[in-house]
Design a protein around this ligand. Sequence first.
Ligand SMILES: Nc1ncnc2c1ncn2[C@@H]1O[C@H](COP(=O)(O)OP(=O)(O)OP(=O)(O)O)[C@@H](O)[C@H]1O
Length: 603
Amino acid sequence: MAITSKFRKNSTHPLQRLLNYARRYRQQIWQATSFSIINTILDIAPPWLIGTAVDILVKQQDSIIGKLGIKNIVSQFLLLSFITVIIWIFESLSQYVYDRIWRNLAQNIQHALRLDTYNHVQELDSAYFEESSTGNLMSILNDDINQLEDFLNFGANDIIQISTSIIILTIGAFWILPPFITVAVLLPMPFIVWGSFAYQKRLETRYADVREKAGFLNARLANNLSGINTIKSFTAEEYENARLADESEAYRKSNSKAIKLSAAFIPLIRMLILVGFTALLFWGGMATYAGTISIGSYSVLLVLVQRLLWPLVNLGEIFDKYQRSMASANRVMNLLDAPINIIRGDIPLHITEVRGEIDFKQVTFAYYNREPVIKKLSLHIPSGKTIAIVGSTGSGKSTLVKLLLRFYDISSGTITVDGIDIQKLNLHDLRRSIGLVSQDVFLFHGTVAENIAYGTFDANDEQIIKAAKIAEAHDFIMRLPESYETIVGERGQKLSGGQRQRIAIARAVLKNPPILVLDEATSAVDNETEAAIQRSLEKITANRTTIAIAHRLSTIRNADRIYVMEYGELVESGTHEELLERNGIYANLWRVQSGVRSRSQNL
Ligand SMILES: Nc1ncnc2c1ncn2[C@@H]1O[C@H](COP(=O)(O)OP(=O)(O)OP(=O)(O)O)[C@@H](O)[C@H]1O
């Protein structure tokens, strides 16, 4: 598995990547662009109307409108007023339309992008999550996508309107003015455009750094909030304050660097515009005085330049927004492009037809950049039998389960279920066939009933209660304030460890999988709860292939076969009695545990 490829950066420009993504909204984008352009054209009309009004006053019967045959000054002004009203109405209408389309487009794109990215994240393998922090992923899924929304709301429209203005100004100036004045007016333009691009390039790296720092800050926050009890118990508040201050300071400094550059942009553009405006004011005035251009044209131009050149001042702000959103687009697109390394097979496995025969053949596996933790391991689990795996901590027991569920793919060897290589099986079918009660039970924020029905979403109340009874959870659930409707809190923190464990078992019972994996299902419980869980497990493991991983040997002594694992290899196997007779590692462990037990019971 080429893990390094996950973190490969895509060299395509983020705008191009965003446009490729937004292709499905092509129609909406064209509509919004058209209305933005129409609005800009209509927006240029007022200077023309002012020029025409001056023209009427100066030339009277010979004005532009006069030349149309309307000689009466009142009628000329009436017509001009009528045109003004019409233009105004259409300008307002077009503004309403483009604003609505752009803003809805921003909503649609951010919505689709968030769902697609989240969906993609769900498909990524466990190794990806180990290399990236939840807080950073959260900041991509939330902040970065919001940043894009912010740009799409107004930024795209602003860029289109300014570009249209520049084109119209250029055409208009060449049309009306003597060339030397036009050149003087337009002289700042290439500098503004070139300057903007040069600026943008430098801002790009600074904003990429800002987004990265935002990710680190978020990661720290997410980590601390989920470990708040540990912080409190170790009275590490001051320490964490300092650590957070460091991350926050790094974010502030990074922003400061970007601000230093971006804040200088507007004053610079303003100076360049000043050159053009002064040139027009002076030479245009001289040319009008000399009679080369009319007073009407001169006034149109002055207002036009004021209306068209000055908005360029906003260019700084727009480029700033653009650059910030491109830094975000890059992060979102990189996440969306992260390759899915667990390839789904296409052989279906119907849950009702699974026999549950599992075979590990010469399986070797190493975590990324680590030594192998499973070494040429072979294990046969007959259908319907219960096997147990015991062994010292870190020997690789949980890893075996993760490989069976394909959280990771093996380096060599094969794992089969009912004789079919799990890499060829439909991944969802494979996972649906396996019920996992893991070491650290995860409950979602919601009710007890919702948590039991997690994964069996169509279960009715009766089925949920039945499963809870089998898991010996019904009694304690009925004692909760709102029984099955009690909210368990985030990660189930309003319940005890043993209660969470029993809900997890009820969840597995309801799922009714042909293969059951119990990874330390009785780890966090007292003797009484263990006995209760043990009773329920006996019921649910009957006639179901079961893999039980345990540290407490008493919980697995009745297994059909027990395997002892050491450093990624199976070193002993047999029934409880056979292993005791063999007098090896298992027998030793048993003696230690039963000794400890009897002593602790005597105390
Ligand atoms: N995601 C991971 N990345 C790198 N190494 C890992 C990862 N998960 C586990 N390991 C390492 O793999 C080895 C086997 O871990 P595993 O969790 O399978 O042990 P275990 O036998 O289940 O231990 P325990 O009884 O304590 O739960 C350990 O040395 C552990 O440090």
